[in-house]
Ligand binder design. Sequence first.
Ligand SMILES: C=CC1=C(C)c2cc3[nH]c(cc4nc(cc5[nH]c(cc1n2)c(C)c5CCC(=O)O)C(CCC(=O)O)=C4C)c(C)c3C=C
Ligand SMILES: [Fe+2]
Ligand SMILES: [Fe+2]
Length: 348
Amino acid sequence: MNSPSSSDHEPPYDSFLLVSFGGPEGPDDVMPFLENVLRGKNVPRERMLEVSEHYKSFGGVSPINEQNRQLIDAIRAEFAQHGIDLPIYWGNRNWHPLLPDTLRQMKADGRRRAIAFFTSMFSSYSGCRQYRENIAAAQQEVGEDAPIVEKVRMGFNHPGFIEAVADGLRQSIETLGCAADQATVLFTAHSIPMGMADNCDYVRQLEEACRIVAEQVGATDWKLVYQSRSGPPQQPWLEPDICDEIEAIDDRKKLTHLAVVPIGFISDHMEVLYDLDDEAAELCDKRGIVMSRAATAGVHPGFVSMIRELVQERLGMTTTKQALGTLGPWHDVCPQNCCTYTPRRPVR
Ligand SMILES: C=CC1=C(C)c2cc3[nH]c(cc4nc(cc5[nH]c(cc1n2)c(C)c5CCC(=O)O)C(CCC(=O)O)=C4C)c(C)c3C=C
Ligand SMILES: [Fe+2]
Ligand SMILES: [Fe+2]
């Protein structure tokens, strides 16, 4: 699915592909989008309808597509500034522009081999293997001479991503008006089923990124929590949920100031706006807790420069691979068993 970065038989890289999740752009898109997201996943129909209401309360428009357009503009400027001459394409898993259409266009434009960036900073089935499967399916659909697509390594511990998250947290703590070592900090990421978490380094990478950010900012009271769980109650997913944790801390020691850092998401899409800015904020309000939600990486210059540096690595324009902390630069090419998903039987 993701062949080695260079070989005598392969054409040179001639394009860049942003691979993302996609989101509805109007009320009529919401249900077909959610059908796409949840195909093959053990998620109750009631949860799908509940999430559809979140989207509909925002006019059926997810901000994710506009955020990706802005990211593409920023990447284009960054590439130009650093002499990277690659046309940029964009394809999604769940909504237009869909990957098969993008690969078809790339083939028509004569593109033969692309460097891809997935909008997921942490390894999981959803953020790694499923995207590679989506690309393989799109290549099949396009047929002979579909472009080869090779992803850059995961950037969870790259200094550019860490800088973007750390800046968001610093700003949040400033808004709260307390010292970094006085703030309670909850880093949050998308919950996933244990059957997915067991087969990838999602939690290990998240814990490491949170630790590095907290250390850079000087935050000592921090914890990684999860949000946006979609499974049936009997199925184990990663815990604790952010709202449960807020209640537990508040019951234990009367929480006054809380910084919430959506480290698991690169932009302010629906799961951030609804689950954090509405639900978690409402809970904090009810309990008299002052909450500040940190900005996501978005188009932070550090984040955009990280994408450019990861591309430069693949182009052979640099021999240095930057990574903070203890895990080192992640693999360029996913091993055979990378990020598999074997759903666990529900506990009865
Ligand atoms: C079994 C796992 C998951 C289910 C079920 C699930 C449902 C679900 N997700 C969204 C919307 C988004 N999810 C996003 C990221 C994301 N989702 C999962 C897992 C499940 N989601 C993971 C592991 C991740 C992080 C990695 C990734 O794929 O990005 C995002 C953000 C995507 C981005 O590019 O930033 C969105 C949006 C919905 C609506 C949904 C259905 C109930
Ligand atoms: Fe999701
Ligand atoms: Fe992987």
